[in-house]
Design a binder for this molecule. Structure first.
Ligand code: COA
Length: 373
């Protein structure tokens, strides 16, 4: 058995930023239009009036201040309320592959590696732009990588499930290295017309290069241990899929976008995640005092505050549990990897850190890392 290590990371950040105030102004204009168009039905009690959203609520409920998206003009148009992403020809790179390739090149550069040092590409994300051919194979071709590539989807936990998949293949000796890439176009499946969730998501792509530890002479993060778990829940759900046409349901329906019962998710996922991390640390003999950093899934600041306190047994000190959700919002599988990529350089050899992602499924994944020279 070999060991696996993270040797490079990269983050592609889109150019468009939407602040809470911009988002709320567009939503409120949309709500006013909706209410005017449906005035009679609302007066008759057949349709509920759309209430206004508020920046103060968004910040207090989630900690989110802004989000990056691939296209803000479509999202902020009160008569449209979703991104406008022009169709691409089959001989052009897909959007996901393009943003993934950008993040992957950053990860390779950080590790001082080239395409021919990579044996496999895993595109791990909560949505894939098409069913086939796999986006991962397209990324592989764009970067001129040999070997094999495949897509996988475990919603917000896709990154940690991807890390374990790559690490297991490296441990067994079937590959020496893999890129685990999480391109997330959350703006395309978010329902921007629903005030309960319109502030939640943003777009981004992250990449990690994972290599055989025994081959390394430069600083890296040794993957000490990984642990995954799932438990079925309908509280985060999207019913869109390839059977839609067969069911004669092609109309614009709410359940074709991201749906969640946020309160229930909050209540049910917190104990699940806290218990998962505690069990993983216990089994590996890692104490709270050993952990220098927690890179958590980035959905909600209060959730992260709660998990940080549970895991460390005290309120995390400044920098111990870095959040990026105030700037990026929830970027599904990419969130914990953005936090890792931006807040890991200062760790010293021997320091431990833990990546944890969680979300729809439910799913939870944790990765214990140790900085090594
Ligand atoms: N502006 C103003 N008020 C709003 C609002 C908005 N944008 N959205 C909801 N409200 C109102 C609600 O209607 C509700 O009003 P009521 O008390 O009169 O019924 C009140 O604010 C509280 O709404 P609620 O949805 O219960 O808020 P919350 O505190 O649970 O926060 C989330 C909402 C989504 C931020 C929170 O539940 C959450 O983050 N959950 C976990 C989500 C998660 O991790 N999902 C994983 C996704 S991958």
């Amino acid at each position: 058995m070999y060991s696996a290590a993270i040797t490079g990371s990269g983050v592609f950040t889109p150019e468009h930023v939407i602040t809470n105030d911009e988002l709320v102004a567009a939503f409120n204009a949309h709500a006013d239009l909706f209410n005017a168009e449906n005035a009679d039905a609302i007066a008759a009690g057949d349709i509920a009036e759309k209430p206004h959203s508020s920046s103060d609520f968004i910040l207090a409920a989630s900690g989110i201040e802004r989000r990056y998206v691939l296209d803000k003009t479509g999202v902020l148009d009160p008569t449209r309320m979703f991104p406008s992403l022009p169709d691409r020809r089959d001989d052009e790179p897909s959007l996901m592959a393009e943003m993934a390739a950008d993040a992957a090149l950053q990860a390779l550069a950080q590790a001082g590696r080239a395409a021919d040092d990579v044996d496999a590409v895993i595109c791990a994300a909560s949505n894939h732009e098409r069913a086939y051919p796999a986006i991962a194979v397209e990324i592989q071709q764009m970067l001129d990588i040999q070997g094999f590539a495949f897509d996988m989807n475990v919603a917000c936990s896709s990154a940690t499930f991807g890390i374990q998949t790559a690490a297991d293949m490296i441990r067994s000796g079937s590959i020496r290295s893999a890129l685990v890439i999480c391109p997330e176009i959350c703006s395309a499946h978010l329902e921007w017309r629903d005030r309960d969730c319109h502030f939640i998501f943003g777009d981004v792509a992250t990449a990690l290069l994972i290599e055989r530890d025994e081959d390394l002479q430069t600083p890296h993060f040794k993957i000490k241990s990984t642990r995954l778990a799932t438990q079925f829940s309908n509280n985060i759900r999207n019913n869109n899929g390839f059977l839609r046409r067969t069911r004669d349901k092609m109309e614009d329906r709410r359940d074709m976008q991201f749906m969640q019962n946020g309160r229930k998710v909050f209540k049910e996922v917190l104990p699940l995640v806290s218990k998962h991390i505690a069990g993983h640390m216990d089994d590996e003999g890692v104490n709270a005092d050993d952990l220098k950093r927690l890179w958590l899934h980035q959905a909600n600041k209060s959730m992260n505050d709660y998990i940080g306190k549970k895991v460390l047994g005290r309120t995390p000190e400044e920098g111990e549990q870095p959040n990026i959700l105030q700037d990026y919002a929830n970027t599904s599988s990419a969130g914990s990897i953005i936090a890792f990529s931006k807040y890991s350089d200062d760790l010293q050899p021997g320091d431990h850190g833990l990546i944890c992602s969680f979300g729809a499924g439910y799913s939870v994944g944790s990765v214990i890392l140790e900085k090594a020279e």
